[in-house]
Ligand binder design. Structure first.
Ligand SMILES: *[C@@H]1O[C@H](CO)[C@@H](O)[C@H](O)[C@H]1NC(C)=O
Ligand SMILES: *[C@@H]1O[C@H](CO)[C@@H](O)[C@H](O)[C@H]1NC(C)=O
Ligand SMILES: *[C@@H]1O[C@H](CO)[C@@H](O)[C@H](O)[C@H]1NC(C)=O
Length: 247
């Protein structure tokens, strides 16, 4: 554990010294030190979702990913990604009702295909390949290649990436209202969580770290804006329309 904390510190220092880095370590950095990144081991469970997995990898959710209840899921989403309690509750309730049992869920319960997990993910292959669970680096790189400037992913970039990811599907699109909502919401969350200082888009480097390692970058801080349920619902609907303009 000590080694992990020290290497976290060392890496953070190099980030802070690096020319392209954010100038000041965020106040969240001291919280991250108490929540070091430890990839899953042993019988730990993980989901197809980078947000949940990264919270478990940092111990904001139980590191074994098992028996998560409503209160645990809500607190973590609020503390880490600055989701409003209402938004976090609605997401957690959906997960528990659709994929959990007896009011708790194990993260791998969310692998169930076409319940919440859907085809054309930004990080994983379709269930039809036999594995909708493992991160696929080339898929992540394909998605990030849609960044227009190589620095940030704007919502426009995310929209074009979604079209590309859905191109192989029978209708060249996700077919099912709930998946379209889930897929749109994921892009909105990614954009919100890693928005750069200019507000133009989510930092590509941060997204790469988050999608590939399911780790929170050392110089990252929670969004300074609390994301609410109504705001996300509207943003996801707008995003779905934007995606349609690129088909
Ligand atoms: C749910 O709880 C009931 C009653 O306590 C128990 O009989 C059942 O085995 C539990 N189911 C699961 C999947 O844990
Ligand atoms: C979705 O799939 C259903 C059943 O397979 C089909 O009837 C419907 O036309 C599809 N919808 C779209 C928008 O392609
Ligand atoms: C979440 O956003 C609110 C403003 O909407 C801000 O006051 C608060 O500090 C943010 N939380 C975190 C953990 O940054």
């Amino acid at each position: 554990m000590r080694a992990t904390v020290l290497s976290t510190l060392a890496a953070a220092c190099s980030v802070v010294v690096g020319a392209a880095a954010r100038a000041i370590p965020s106040p969240f950095f001291s919280i991250l030190l108490e929540h070091p990144y430890i990839p899953p081991f042993g019988d730990a469970r993980r989901s197809p979702c980078p947000a949940l997995n990264s919270m478990a990898n940092h111990g904001f959710l139980p590191r074994d990913g098992k028996n998560l209840d409503l209160a645990t899921l809500v607190k973590a989403q609020h503390d880490v990604f600055n989701f409003s309690v209402e938004l976090a509750t609605s997401i957690a309730t959906a997960g528990l009702m659709l994929c959990g049992s007896n009011g708790t869920l194990n993260l791998n319960d969310l692998d169930a295909h076409n319940v919440i997990e859907h085809d054309a993910s930004l990080t994983r292959a379709d269930a039809a390949t036999g594995d909708d669970h493992t991160i696929v680096p080339w898929i992540v790189e394909e998605v990030l290649s849609y960044s227009s400037d190589g620095e940030v992913m704007t919502l426009d970039d995310f929209a074009r990436a979604r079209v590309a990811r859905e191109a192989h599907l029978p209708d060249a699109r996700l077919n099912g209202t709930s998946y379209v909502v889930a897929a749109s919401t994921e892009s909105v969350f990614s954009h919100h969580a890693f928005l750069d200082e200019s507000g133009r888009g989510a930092r590509v480097e941060d997204l790469r770290t988050w999608y590939l390692e399911e780790r929170l970058p050392y110089d990252w801080a929670p969004p300074a804006h609390e994301l609410g349920l109504e705001e996300v619902t509207k943003a996801a609907a707008d995003f779905a329309k934007l995606v349609d303009t690129y088909r």
